[in-house]
Design a binder for this molecule. Structure first.
Ligand code: G1P
Length: 293
């Protein structure tokens, strides 16, 4: 069994759902309480034993790499001020994992972003994590997928049952149950109309993919939204390769939209030792009926 050593994070998009905040600041660096979204993703990768991160970025997104780099002046400053807590945090951050990056010249879709990492991966299975999907779980979500990959030897995709009216926002699978929470994927469709959805199981942004996906992505035409869709490429592999869908354990936030981003901040804020009491006390003062009129 080939080991999954590399993880791709597509981070080239404009983040239009969070404008104007994302005009200059990459959406991946927006903080959930005090930690940028992308750091949660990189921590998930590291905690799952993956050794290298491939960031697919674009113009103006260099600060994502800076976040994981050494910052000598800051470290010196913290040392002088005897801020050992912050200093340790900064050192851990910059030594966390090997990060390489590749540019996506224009956002042409998730499939195209993954294809940009081709020469850095070559011929081995790899993970893909979409930074919009923030997943808080006892065992990191990508680690749960790797457990299944190591057991079955098949590529695995995270799936989640979503309310019926939400299916047009996701890739949706047609499942055949294997065991509790694990399905063989018979088919999949990107952002179907409600009437055409084969189930309510939505693809969530965690994948363990085989290297064969690159050749298919290379000649996949633009699909829905005029973008090269990863779902369309995986679908073309389904006959030759068995793909599994795992209903992972954990809570997921769509942190790429305003409501999901704020929910993530509240959820983690109420668990943050420094602020949970103050935040909880404030929330108890809110008369929600005021806002629901
Ligand atoms: C992407 C995928 C989609 C998946 C979703 C999960 O869509 O194309 O299949 O369900 O991520 O977040 P996007 O949200 O980038 O449009």
């Amino acid at each position: 069994m080939r080991k999954v050593r590399k993880a791709v994070i597509p981070a080239g998009g404009f983040g239009t759902r969070m404008l104007p905040a994302t005009k200059v600041v990459p959406k991946e660096l927006l903080p959930v309480v005090d930690k940028p979204l992308i750091q949660f993703i990189v921590e998930e990768i590291v905690a799952s034993g993956i050794e290298e991160v491939i960031l697919v970025t674009s113009r103006g997104k260099g600060s994502i790499e800076d976040h994981f780099d050494h910052f000598a002046e800051l470290e010196l400053f913290l040392e002088k001020k005897k801020r050992d807590d912050c200093l340790d945090m900064m050192k851990t951050l910059s030594g966390m994992v090997r990060i390489v990056s590749v540019r996506q010249p224009y956002p042409m879709g998730l499939g195209h972003a993954v294809l940009c990492a081709r020469s850095l991966i070559n011929d081995e299975p790899f993970a893909v994590l979409l930074p919009d999907d923030l997943i808080i779980a006892p065992r990191p979500c990508i680690g749960q997928l790797l457990d299944v990959f190591n057991e079955y030897g098949d590529p695995v995709i995270a799936v989640l049952a979503v309310p019926g009216d939400q299916v047009p926002h996701y890739g949706i699978i047609s499942p055949e149950p294997i065991r509790e929470n694990l399905h063989k994927i018979k088919d999949m469709v990107e952002k179907p109309a409600i009437a055409d959805a084969p189930s309510d199981l939505a693809i969530i942004g965690r994948y363990v993919l085989p290297p064969e996906i690159f050749a298919v992505l290379g000649d996949t035409e633009a699909g829905i939204g005029g973008e090269i869709q990863l779902t369309d490429a995986i679908r073309r592999l389904l006959g030759a390769t068995q793909f599994l869908g795992l209903q992972y354990e954990g809570i997921r936030f769509d942190a790429g939209n305003k409501a999901g981003f704020l929910k993530a901040n509240l959820y983690l804020g109420l668990r943050h030792p420094e602020i949970r009491e103050e935040l909880g006390a404030f929330m108890r003062t809110l008369d929600l009926s005021e806002f629901m009129k």
